[in-house]
Design a protein around this ligand. Structure first.
Ligand code: GDP
Length: 607
């Protein structure tokens, strides 16, 4: 047990028990009511995720083998503080929380929470980067080193041309080959995408062909999302790479729950599958698994369908998908329309295919930044989302000397006490000096020390984590003298499916996290993967706890920003089992993920 850690937690416990006996409970009202953007007006809750869209990560945790690797007792506990109204930071700027507008009295002090207090202030981005200097930026920076195409109407998607103002320039430059592949893809998309004549012709042919051998000018790949937004985004990035590698046009089945989240990524075209397309419905379409079985029995490619449904969704026990195998890819190549459903970042399985591996290696000179490039290429917040993100950033985060992103994902809230999670978060952040300790001395003696400000952005479904941290730093000075301001833009309570506003908040949380200088995420959470990939951040991975337990270490630093592929192939292409050890010797650029020992991620050869 870490003694210092134990002492820290103990003093914290005393501090919280003694200093805050009065807990004021306020009515939690509609989300973001103070934001002043009108974004969340009329917000109504969605339904609890269930059925086929159940959370995949929780399933991995419960359905799969035991993933516990650590075990130790933390020294102390943080007093559980009820969600209260101490949401005001030292600087007087409040988070855009669903707060009661009633006055809240705490320890004799009355805080008047008004909409004007809570709304983002119109302040300049940083002291050195203000609106006037924004226009003087290098064109190359704007286009992220050539990753983005020029020629877009900037007003229709402001984030595409403004993102570089909010994050540090990436040290990972896109290779000329990647840039040429992207420009080539855009050309195919423009030529074959919806609203082109070729699209109509190809679709008619595919739709009316009953059997084998239909040849179309263009081939298509339709992405069907599954699970939460993080899962959807990492699997969509993998699907896009597959489209680029196979010269297929990527179309996405985005329902109304994703309306207005992202800008169109491809110049002069759309990636949304047109509403009138018959392929919104996957019924009566031959499946990939059936095709493999047919092929195994007859060993013939005579009878290939014009459309095929491929389920590459996570499963620990499904039959091997053999997607990485040359023979499967040969079959798939002959089918003009593939409908792919996935929630996984299956990029490593493409690397496992010798042909794709060569291509990908040329496209990505660094193998551990594939999502970093593809994510920044594909995912641009819509103007509506961007207005919130940039205003929130400017009002709360821009002026801080350092921004800490804290993503707290509780996979089993029904069995995991808030206290256990708080202990874990503090154990990690205090030990690694991500956050400073608070002292018992008066603020006067600490005031002489450095007075820099750290802004902490908490992303969580539950309000308690932001509230607890804020309370802790609001009431006691830090030993370092730093001022800690805590913000939590949303607390949705629980994961919801098919809910547009809910997804919008999730996307904004991910994006804001990605603007951090230091990122702490929760192991196995794809929500965190998106933030770390977009932000070029190697996160501190909080240990995943599922009940009232403690762990040491509470977190570990990840070795890369790539998302983890949770369910890599377990068989060679001849059907023989491939033990994990052999996976790593056969594919030396794969490494076991730190947050899930069955998962793999790409590393550079040199690592
Ligand atoms: P994962 O389950 O952690 O891998 O992440 P996903 O994004 O795939 O699914 C979790 C979903 O729960 C998110 O997409 C959101 O809908 C919701 N959610 C989880 N954590 C947060 C959070 O911190 N903020 C918000 N706004 N939503 C969250």
């Amino acid at each position: 047990m870490d003694q210092i850690m134990g002492q820290n937690c103990m003093s914290l416990r005393m501090f919280l028990v003694i200093a805050f006996p009065v807990v004021v409970i306020v009515t939690v009202t509609l989300m973001y009511q103070n934001s002043g953007f009108g974004l969340f007006e009329g917000f109504s809750g969605g339904i609890i995720q269930g059925g086929t869209t159940q959370n995949v990560t929780a399933e991995l945790l419960t359905g799969g083998p035991n993933v516990t690797t650590h075990g130790f007792e933390l020294g102390g506990r943080v007093q559980n503080i009820t969600h209260d109204s101490l949401g005001e930071s030292e600087g007087g700027v409040k988070e855009l929380q669903g707060r009661s507008q009633n006055d809240a009295t705490t320890e004799g002090r009355t805080k008047n929470i008004t909409a004007a207090d809570g709304g983002p202030k119109n302040v300049s981005l940083t002291s050195s980067t203000n609106e006037s200097t924004q226009h003087a930026v290098n064109h190359d920076d704007k286009l992220l080193g050539g990753l983005l195409a020029s020629g877009f109407d900037e007003t229709s998607c402001k984030s595409r041309m403004q993102s570089h103002l909010y994050r540090k320039a990436s040290p990972h430059k896109p290779s000329p080959y990647l840039i040429s592949k992207l420009r080539g893809y855009e050309e195919i998309h423009r030529r074959c995408g919806p609203s082109s004549k070729t699209y109509d012709k190809s679709m008619r042919k595919i739709e009316h062909s009953k059997n084998n051998g239909v040849a179309t000018t263009c081939k298509y790949l339709i992405f069907t999302p599954a699970n939460g937004l993080g899962n959807q985004m990492i699997s969509l990035a993998a699907t896009f790479l597959y489209a680029v590698l196979t010269d297929r046009v990527l179309l996405v089945k985005f329902g109304s729950d994703k309306h207005g989240l992202f800008c169109e990524p491809f110049l002069n075209s759309t990636w949304i599958l047109p509403k009138k397309s018959p392929f919104w419905n996957e019924k009566h379409i031959e499946t990939y698994q059936f095709l493999l079985e047919k092929d195994r029995v007859s060993n013939s490619t005579e009878d290939l369908p014009p459309v095929l449904f491929m389920n590459l969704q996570h499963s620990l026990n499904d039959p091997e998908k053999l997607f990485h195998c040359g023979h499967s890819q040969d079959l798939l190549r002959k089918i003009p329309m593939l409908i792919l459903q996935s929630d996984q970042y299956f990029v490593p399985s493409m690397f496992m295919n010798p042909f794709y591996s060569m291509e990908i290696t040329k496209m990505f000179l660094e193998k551990d930044v594939v999502f970093h490039h593809l994510g920044r290429y594909l995912f641009h917040p819509s103007n509506e989302a961007w207005e919130f993100i940039r205003s929130y950033y400017k009002a709360h985060l821009a002026k801080a000397a350092e921004r800490i992103g804290l993503q707290i994902r509780v996979f089993k809230p029904e069995t995991t006490p808030t206290q256990a999670i708080m202990d874990l978060v503090l154990s990690c952040t205090l030990k690694h000096k991500i956050l400073p300790e608070v002292g018992l001395e008066t603020s006067v003696s600490y005031a002489k020390k450095k007075q820099t400000t750290k802004a902490v952005l908490v992303a969580s479904l539950s309000p308690e984590y932001g509230d607890n941290l804020r309370t802790m730093y609001h009431n006691k000075p830090t030993i370092s003298g730093e001022v800690i301001q805590v913000y939590q833009p949303s607390h949705e309570g629980h994961q919801k499916s098919n809910d547009n506003k809910h997804n919008l908040k999730a996307w904004m949380d991910m994006y804001l996290l990605s603007l951090s200088d230091v990122l702490v995420t929760t192991s196995l959470s794809t929500f965190g993967y998106v933030a770390q990939g977009l932000g070029n951040l190697k996160p501190w991975l909080l240990y995943r706890i599922l009940k009232n337990e403690s762990h040491f270490p509470a977190c570990e630093r990840d070795f890369s920003l790539e998302p983890c592929y949770h369910v890599p192939p377990k068989h060679y292409c001849n059907g023989m089992p491939m033990p994990t050890k052999e996976l790593f010797s056969s594919f030396p650029y794969l490494r076991e993920c730190k947050d899930f020992y069955l998962g793999v991620k790409m590393v550079n050869d040199s690592m």
